[in-house]
Write a protein that binds this ligand. Structure first.
Ligand SMILES: Nc1ncnc2c1ncn2[C@@H]1O[C@H](COP(=O)(O)OP(=O)(O)OP(=O)(O)O)[C@@H](O)[C@H]1O
Ligand SMILES: O=C(O)[C@H](O)[C@@H](O)[C@H](O)[C@H](O)CO
Length: 140
């Protein structure tokens, strides 16, 4: 990515499988976690939830199996222009702003049955965090 080349599915897969293991571990009673990851495609989110099974299932990503109780996706959404402007202002990050185009090309926004909370990045970070906390309170 620092050379300006987008990652491929093969590049991303080992990382997504590692995160799947962490999510599994954090689902034990008494544990909670927020995992931050640009899970752009539906298949990536399925791997986060179901690990390698998501890659071999006869119906990958079917509506019946696309969520796990207790796991929520927080989808921070915004326009290309707004995200690009923020990335250009960001200093010392390995990702070149031009790579954003490829990220939008592969993005598959989460569908309602994926247990996703949609968060508009035009809001302040405090505001976004408050909404997440409110959601978590309603779950407990
Ligand atoms: N709610 C917000 N309001 C204003 N600016 C924001 C907000 N959220 C993030 N930014 C800015 O947008 C830019 C990108 O944010 P950030 O680096 O946190 O993105 P990220 O996707 O979490 O990072 P990474 O790419 O390392 O995973 C930063 O310059 C950050 O300050
Ligand atoms: O799968 C990917 O292409 C990567 O995870 C990227 O999305 C980033 O590393 C991240 O967004 C950096 O800003």
């Amino acid at each position: 990515m620092s050379r300006g080349e987008p990652l491929t599915d093969q590049d991303r897969l080992p990382w997504l499988l590692k995160l799947h293991d962490i999510i599994q571990r954090e689902m034990s009673p008494g544990r909670n976690a927020i995992v931050v990851c640009s899970a752009l495609r539906r298949l990536y989110r399925q791997v986060l939830l179901f690990g390698s099974k998501a890659l071999t299932s006869s119906e990958p990503g079917s509506v019946a199996t696309c969520s796990l109780p207790g796991v929520w996706f927080l989808f921070l959404y915004g326009t290309y222009d707004m995200i690009h402007t923020r990335m250009v202002a960001r200093r010392g990050h390995f990702m070149q702003p031009d790579l954003l185009r490829s990220q939008f090309e592969v993005l598959e926004p989460p569908a309602p049955e994926e247990n996703a909370i949609l968060l508009d990045i035009r809001r302040s970070t405090d505001d976004i965090c408050r909404e997440i906390q409110e959601h978590l309170r309603q779950l407990s």
